[in-house]
Ligand binder design. Structure first.
Ligand code: ARG
Length: 267
């Protein structure tokens, strides 16, 4: 009898331990927690000019860094930057390792199931990049063909869901190289980053030229991603973003980086 009770108790303890370790407890920090920590740690993949770009001196600059700096100033905290590959940004934020994902992140329904997004602050598009002289001149020409994308991006999921053969690369520069070397028919990447990277590539006079098709694959809004638990922080950040949009500050930051601004509700 005693040993039966003991067994039941032991099983109950075991079940509790298992449940706690499985618990998908919200890992996001509250506004008060951020303010008492005195800093906001952003997770970013700085291979995405003009939004976040790694400079030769190791610093990271770009549109989203300036926006986050304004947000941190309003919150009265320091901005701290953690660099990683794009496919580590959202998992790191969800696990509570970083406070916010800042990486030209597109808001999608799937991502909203696992993380909290601020209101979108701009609208972007997925551009199609080909080598000059390519037969591919429209989105329809690309149907069923081979494309390169960055791993974990909306370009990857869109192309996989829509019948393209997809080669995914962790680094954007490798996805670019795949179209240059003819491994793929086109490179699919967010429009403003495409414009920056293609400009740099073409200026290098490599013998080949890259062209961005005028027709885009999709349009999508960008926002900043937090873990569940950061609801009041996101609410505060939304207020700051709205002020920045209303005062023209966001547009001004895009202009500083020579990038065209499209408002999130422009469709
Ligand atoms: N907007 C796309 C997405 O959310 C691509 C973002 C890539 N960002 C980067 N920093 N490499 O999936």
């Amino acid at each position: 009898m005693k040993s039966k009770v003991f067994k039941i108790l032991a099983l109950a303890v075991l079940a509790c331990i298992c449940l706690t370790s499985l618990c998908s407890c919200d890992k996001g920090k509250t506004l008060a927690e951020i303010q008492s920590a005195g800093k906001l740690v952003i997770a970013t993949s700085p291979d995405f000019p003009p939004f976040e770009n790694l400079n030769s001196d190791g610093s990271v600059t770009g549109i989203e860094i300036d926006i986050m700096q304004e947000i941190c100033d309003s919150l009265g905290v320091e901005l701290e930057i953690a660099q990683m590959s794009f496919d580590s940004v959202l998992p790191g934020v969800i696990a509570g390792k970083y406070d916010v994902g800042v990486s030209g992140i597109t808001v999608t329904e799937k991502r909203q199931k696992n993380s909290l997004f601020t209101d979108p602050y701009c609208l972007a598009a997925q551009a199609i990049v080909v080598v000059a002289g390519s037969d591919i001149q429209t989105k329809a020409d690309l149907a069923g063909k081979k494309v390169s994308v960055q791993t974990g991006t909306t370009a990857e999921s869109y192309c996989m869901d829509n019948g393209y053969t997809v080669l995914a690369y962790e680094a954007n520069s490798d996805a670019e190289n795949a179209v240059v070397t003819g491994k793929v028919d086109a490179w699919v990447i967010d429009d403003l980053t495409a414009a920056e990277m293609v400009k740099v590539y073409n200026a290098e006079n490599n013998g080949t030229e890259l062209v961005i098709l005028s027709e885009a694959m999709t349009t999508e809004p960008y926002a900043f991603a937090f873990a569940f638990g950061s609801e009041d922080l996101v609410e505060e950040v939304n207020k700051i973003l709205k002020k920045m949009a209303d005062s023209g500050k966001i547009k001004e930051i895009f202009e500083k980086f020579d990038a065209p601004f499209t408002a999130p509700d422009a469709n």
